[in-house]
Design a protein around this ligand. Structure first.
Ligand code: ARG
Length: 465
């Protein structure tokens, strides 16, 4: 029976529409390996505790192994009518080994099953994101070492502020990514409790051993409350919140690459590998990969918000709403992995133009603070007064159209008679960055040390997960 209003897509009528909205197999088939692993752990526990016989247990595990190879070979046939990955696998198991397959679902529900599968999946993602973040940190730290003394303008309000080194700028991102990794590592710690055995919501009357299944699946312990176990999606949300912050960091770097590679800035060149030409303007080299990283961050933020909204009104314990946790999470985590890989490629690929950066670093009276600091140090002036004097000198230089380092001494002395020749030693961008040796400052000597430290640390560490 068809319905005119619903149109051709739902040709099979209400039942077809129900299948369309209800079935999750199109996306949760991704959890097949986790589903099999969790089923094997559950089955072995059932046999060990005597809830099912050893023979039945062995038959079930053998069947599950066969399904695992079918999935791997791509010969497994997924059916929408069977709704989700759990029922697809169970139906296949029944086809392979007969009614004994039905014993697998003793003391279990799809509610604790899906929570377990998804948590296993998220834990794997946390591991691979960590490895991708580390690779990007390595690319940035290597650039930083190479450009520890490459001077560029540092900005505040996107106005030239003070000279910094390009290496210092790269290391800023290495630090951000380190915090991102520690957020994921933290999420990973809390994802160490196993939902399996919570059954539908209340636990079970069978004498199951939840410690056994938890350990078999690599968890530290079972979750302590069955209601919480089936209704908790914090582990996804924590991962997505960390992913959102990482995506924001990547988007900022992407934005900088877009600016830097524009011909107004001309600070970096990207090769053909990460740019595209224009179909009409032959001179163009567009930073598409950076623009796409910037834009793709939106999908990651959206996924986090989307899942919060799905969850916020749900009474305990499981509601079918929670099936809608997977699409946003898969989308966000796939997207972030791609963003990280593209960014790592771009960072390795980009070539800073030292001359253009150096020239820009000197523009905009970027060493005015160095002049003020010199007045404080050499003439014992309070900083506020030094700030005023410097302002007056900058104003005069500006109206004369010269850089601070090209201001005649006599002109400066008209404003502050105490100034002497020695002042010129602090007015160049090179001496400016060299002088900023305070901990965390931009001095090439600092940056070199920091970059070397990071390179060594990143090389020696094993990634978590
Ligand atoms: N496909 C479902 C999901 O992803 C599995 C759990 C279904 N449980 C239920 N009681 N209908 O959430």
């Amino acid at each position: 029976m068809t319905n005119e209003m619903w149109g051709g897509r739902f040709a099979s009528g209400p039942a077809g529409i129900m299948e369309e909205i209800n079935a999750s197999i199109d996306f949760d088939k991704r959890l097949s390996a986790q589903d099999i692993a969790a089923s094997i752990a559950h089955c072995e526990m059932l046999a060990q505790t005597g809830i099912i016989s050893r023979d039945d247990g062995e038959a079930i595990v053998k069947g599950l192994d066969t399904i695992a190879s079918e999935l791997e070979a791509g010969s497994f046939e997924f059916s929408r009518a069977l709704e989700d990955i759990h029922m697809n696998i169970e139906a296949r198991l029944t086809a392979l080994i007969g009614p004994v397959a039905g014993k697998l679902h003793t003391a279990r529900s799809r509610n604790d099953q899906v929570a377990t599968d998804f948590k296993l999946y998220i834990r794997e993602c946390l591991g691979s994101l960590d490895a991708l973040l580390r690779a990007l940190q390595q690319a940035l730290a290597q650039k930083a070492l190479l450009h520890a003394a490459t001077v560029m303008p540092g900005f505040t309000h996107l106005q030239t502020a003070q000279p910094v080194t390009f290496g210092h700028h790269c290391l800023a991102y290495v630090e951000m990514l380190a915090r991102d990794r520690s957020r994921f590592a933290d999420a990973r710690k809390r994802a160490n409790e196993c939902p399996l055995g919570a059954a539908a919501l209340a636990g079970t009357s069978f004498p199951i051993d939840r410690e056994q299944t938890a350990h078999a699946l690599g968890f530290d312990r079972p979750m302590a409350n069955s209601l919480d176990a089936v209704s908790d999606r914090d582990f996804v949300l924590e991962t997505l919140s960390g992913a959102a912050i990482t995506a924001m960091h990547l988007s900022r770097l992407a934005e900088e690459i877009v600016l830097w590679s524009s011909d107004r800035f001309g600070f970096v060149k990207l090769s053909d590998s990460f740019t595209t030409g224009s179909s009409i303007m032959p001179q163009k080299r567009n930073p598409d990969a950076a623009e796409l990283v910037r834009a793709k961050s939106a999908a990651v933020f959206a996924a986090f918000t989307q899942l919060l909204i799905v969850m916020k009104g749900l009474p305990l314990a499981y509601s079918k709403d929670m099936q809608e946790d997977k699409i946003p999470a898969f989308t966000a985590l796939d997207t972030l992995a791609l963003m990280l890989a593209a960014m790592t490629g771009m960072v390795g690929d980009m070539q800073p133009d030292k001359e253009a950066m150096g020239k820009a670093a000197g523009a905009g009276y970027s060493t005015a603070t160095d002049l003020a600091d010199w007045l404080v140090r050499e003439l014992d002036m309070p900083f506020r007064d030094a700030h005023k004097v410097t302002g007056a000198i900058v104003a005069r230089a500006e109206s004369a159209g010269v850089a601070l380092s090209d201001m005649p001494l006599a002109e400066m002395q008209k404003i502050e008679p105490g100034i002497d020749d020695a002042v010129f030693s602090v007015l160049s961008v090179e001496t400016s960055v060299e002088s900023r040796k305070s901990y965390g400052g931009t001095a090439p000597e600092n940056v070199r040390k920091m970059a070397q430290g990071w390179i060594k640390r990143l090389e020696n560490e094993s990634t978590s997960g």
